[in-house]
Write a protein that binds this ligand. Structure first.
Ligand code: RB5
Length: 148
């Protein structure tokens, strides 16, 4: 898969580890930064990753900040982006099976590296279940296109 990656300063160490993990598994990575632990602003990176997913330039996106919350709030402003903040493998699996999440948000300050990488692995390998969940995804899209 081609995966867009982004983080702020708080998520930078985990983003780098995830990049290494993805490249090691043969994925293509589009790294939108940040490039150090110098203080910056998470919406800048959430924007770039969300646009890459929205435009089909990336199959999926992964965003990391301190908690994952700011990234999820920002990414979900973009039409067609379904960003899921996942704290464990169960949430990662369900976000794919039921929500067809196309962006994964992680918190570097709340997850250990091993758990974070396990979440990434589950999230990338779980398909969307479709069926009754498809209708619900369509209802989200309806809200996106009619919301003020
Ligand atoms: C940065 O201090 C922190 O606020 C940010 O990484 C993130 O946790 C916001 O949601």
């Amino acid at each position: 898969m081609r995966i867009a990656l982004g983080s702020d300063h708080a998520g930078y160490p985990l983003k780098e580890r995830i990049k290494e993990f993805l490249l090691g598994r043969g994925h293509e990575v589009l790294d939108f930064g940040t490039t150090s632990e110098e203080s910056t602003h998470y919406p800048l990176f959430a924007r770039e990753v969300s646009l890459a997913v929205q435009r089909g330039e990336a199959d999926r996106g992964i965003l990391v900040c301190g908690t994952g919350i700011g990234m999820a709030i920002t990414a979900n402003k973009f039409k067609g982006v379904r960003a899921a903040l996942c704290l464990n493998e169960y949430m990662a699996r369900m976000s794919r099976l039921h929500n067809d999440a196309n962006v994964l948000c992680l918190g570097d300050r709340v997850l250990g590296e091993e758990l974070a990488l396990s979440i990434v692995e589950v999230w990338l390998s779980t398909p969307f279940e479709g069926g009754r969940h498809q209708k619900r995804i369509e209802l989200i899209a309806d809200i996106e296109s009619t919301c003020p």
